[in-house]
Design a protein around this ligand. Structure first.
Ligand code: PEP
Length: 252
């Protein structure tokens, strides 16, 4: 059985104090409301990770960094390495988010280095892929997304690929309020799973969690998560309020 996962991506939001309050609020509701079969992940700013790890029941809630350096260590001012992330108590790292690709020039080559370092340091990459609106409108989104994976995580061994989580995030749906329809999400997730099957075999494909991200909220999570190839969500805006985030977790 594939793992169901709902991961929040707080992006560049919350002070440390606000982040700890948010984490505690999520922790309290998760403890009381169950949803025991769903792994909950909080993707916090680097500065918050240690305190957030201390503030939640880590048997129930995992913590993610939103990035890590493409180098192991050294003279890279301002960078935070995968080893440093791991030493904070985080278990996951979000990599390949479209905002990092677009605003920080993260290419497949850079992302391959980051994924390798994350895996070497025992972090689970939540690896994002997804197409822009013009690609969707041109009807080439299926090939585009598979190509993003072929250039990056499909280069891994099957053993390593099994350790990652994929997040499909159509760029036109991120932070726009426009969600992919349930059918659009299912079609792309099935396309990704078929590509994983072709590359690594059915067993690996059946075990890989593929999350949907892009204006997912409590009101549409249920319909999205009901699809057989949608194993949860990567949630931006709606992860910033505990009640909204829990509403999504309860979408399963
Ligand atoms: C994201 O940026 O990962 C995301 C899915 O954002 P939002 O939920 O706000 O669309």
């Amino acid at each position: 059985m594939r793992q169901k996962i709902v991961a929040g991506n707080w992006k560049c939001n919350t002070t440390l104090q606000e982040g700890v309050e948010l984490a505690k609020a999520v922790d309290a509701i998760v403890a009381s409301e169950g949803a025991d079969d769903v792994v909950v992940v909080l993707g916090t700013p680097f500065t918050h990770i240690t305190k957030v790890v201390e503030s939640v029941n880590t048997d129930r809630i995992g913590v993610a960094a939103q990035n890590c350096a493409a180098e192991a260590k050294g003279a890279f001012t301002g960078e935070v390495s995968a080893e440093m992330v791991k030493s904070t108590g985080a278990e996951y790292v979000i990599l390949g988010h479209s905002e990092r690709r677009e605003y920080y020039g993260e290419t497949s080559e850079i992302l391959n280095k980051k994924v390798a370092l994350a895996l070497e340091n025992g972090l689970t990459p939540i690896y994002c892929c997804g197409e822009a609106l013009d690609i969707r409108e041109a009807g080439t989104h299926n090939e585009y997304v598979v190509n993003q994976l072929e250039e990056t995580v499909f280069q891994l061994s099957a053993e390593d690929f099994k350790k990652i989580v994929i997040a499909y995030e159509p760029i036109w749906a991120i932070g726009t309020g426009v969600t992919a329809s349930s059918d659009q999400a299912q079609d792309m997730h099935a396309n990704i799973r078929a590509a994983i099957t072709a590359k690594f075999g059915e067993e690996v494909a059946e075990e890989t969690s593929i999350l949907y991200g892009g204006s997912c909220k409590a009101s549409n999570a249920n319909e999205l998560f009901a699809n057989k190839d949608v194993d949860g969500g990567l949630i931006g805006g709606a992860s910033l309020k505990a009640e909204d985030f829990i509403g999504i977790i309860n979408g399963f």
